[in-house]
Design a protein around this ligand. Structure first.
Ligand code: NAI
Ligand code: MG
Length: 395
């Protein structure tokens, strides 16, 4: 049966890398119909909604989405660029990717940070004055994707009812003399059920793929309630997985250990913002944004996307210079999710071979400053990287 995939290129380089991923999927023999669908800045400007209802309907119907990237701009720019006939009608910009995660409760975000052998961007560590070693980073970050600090419950100049409720907490004494108009509040709300779901997903992944440890990366010594709940739930769930060690690190210390012993960590699980931070940090060890892929999973709908944004400064470059691997790896995660294991392995092996050979490299892999002159310095185009991967597909 032919699958239907909702293809949401979005803005900027999202429009460049998504077609490349589809090219690889097709070359690997994955048969699907791709329904192009609208998301991003243009639809904010023309319709006052960056995630139109028709896109939500398509995802609802077909369940699987491939997403490129979107552009978000600050409030002033959002208001300014809105179509004249929509101005002053109460439209408020909201990030479509955050909306999508919340609408479909895509609460499990998986961000694998696994180094490819031979990638010149891999993290190396000095052992003595002459020698370096390259740790084999193989970490998968599980980020709670809908709650916590990114849930959007926040105010500048909080309403009196909010202020009154907060005043019942003894620590609010410190803010007694701050006028509400001079006060900004962002909340970190977490529910036990969501904590349990992300922790269980992390342990299940560890079990399935043979990881021997799951690390809760939070800050329970300071964020005693929210991080505390994550860790206490993790301790309960860990009992069901006797072969897997439960570790806990504080987010700040983890950032330091990142360069000391990153190869130690298997699965890492964290709240929304901490998961965002720690997954970017680990991605930096394995090649950065050109290699960072992700899955957003809900019970019904799943969306796969590179973690990079729309890179507007490279949008107009023709031929394009950006690395399509993060998007292609996101498509691989989609294949794994829907049970197309063989094709997933085939594509991953092809990427590994291209990286190991080191003949075809995008500008980021050559550590060049991006621009139209990168080709003269040996970089390949986005399309040439895709072609090289396709050429290595076996079978
Ligand atoms: P960005 O990820 O677009 O770019 C950051 C840096 O990484 C830039 O130097 C860019 O050139 C480079 N880069 C990104 N993807 C690359 C690739 N595939 N290959 C090689 N180099 C790559 O983040 P930035 O510049 O902070 O944001 C640009 C826009 O993207 C903003 O409007 C932002 O709101 C949006 N954004 C959207 C995301 C999403 O759609 N999930 C995530 C992050 C940012
Ligand atoms: Mg991020």
């Amino acid at each position: 049966m032919k699958r239907t995939i909702v293809a949401m290129p979005g803005d900027g380089i999202g429009k460049v890398v998504l077609p490349e991923a589809i090219r690889v999927l097709e070359a690997a023999g994955f048969e699907a119909e791709y329904i192009h669908s609208d998301i991003g800045w243009d639809f904010w400007c023309s319709e006052g909604n960056a995630l139109p209802q028709r896109t939500i309907d398509l995802l609802e119907k077909h369940k699987i989405g491939l997403f490129g990237a979107i552009t978000s701009k600050p409030k002033d720019a959002a208001d300014k660029e809105l179509a004249p006939e929509l101005k002053g009608k109460g439209y408020v910009y909201f990030s479509p990717i955050v909306s999508m995660r919340q609408h479909f409760n895509l609460d499990i975000c998986i961000r694998p940070c696994i180094s490819f052998k031979g990638n010149p961007l891999n993290f190396i560590r000095k052992t003595d004055n002459q020698h370096f070693e390259e740790p084999n980073v193989n970490t998968v970050v599980f980020r709670q994707n809908t709650e916590g600090l990114y849930a959007g419950v926040e105010w500048t100049n909080p309403p009196q009812a909010v202020r009154d409720a907060l005043e019942t907490h003894p620590k609010m004494k410190a803010f007694k003399h701050v006028e509400s108009k001079d006060m900004a509040i962002s909340t970190r709300i977490m529910s036990r059920n969501a904590c349990r779901r992300i922790i269980r997903a992390a342990f299940e992944h560890a079990k399935k793929f043979g990881y021997t440890n799951v690390t809760v990366c939070e800050k329970p010594n300071v964020l005693r309630e929210t991080s505390g709940m994550m860790f206490s739930e993790a301790k309960l769930i860990a009992k069901e997985y006797p072969g897997i060690a439960l570790w806990d690190t504080n987010i700040d210390a983890q950032m330091m250990w990142l360069t000391k012993n990153p190869e130690t960590y298997g699965v890492v699980v964290a709240e929304n913002m901490f998961g965002d931070i720690i997954s970017d940090a680990f991605a930096g060890l394995i090649g950065g944004l050109g290699f960072a892929c992700s899955a957003n999973l809900g019970d019904e709908v799943s969306v796969f996307e590179p973690t990079h944004g729309s890179a507007p400064k490279y949008e107009q470059l023709n031929p394009s210079i950006v690395n399509p691997i993060a998007m292609i790896l996101s498509a691989v995660m989609m294949l794994e999710h829907i049970g197309e294991k063989e094709k997933a392995v085939k594509i991953k092996d092809a990427i590994a071979e291209v990286v190991l050979e080191g003949k075809v490299m995008t500008y980021d892999m050559l550590k060049l400053k991006g621009g139209p002159d990168v080709f003269a310095q040996g970089a390949c185009t986005t399309q040439q990287m895709t072609d090289a991967i396709i050429a290595k597909l076996k079978g």
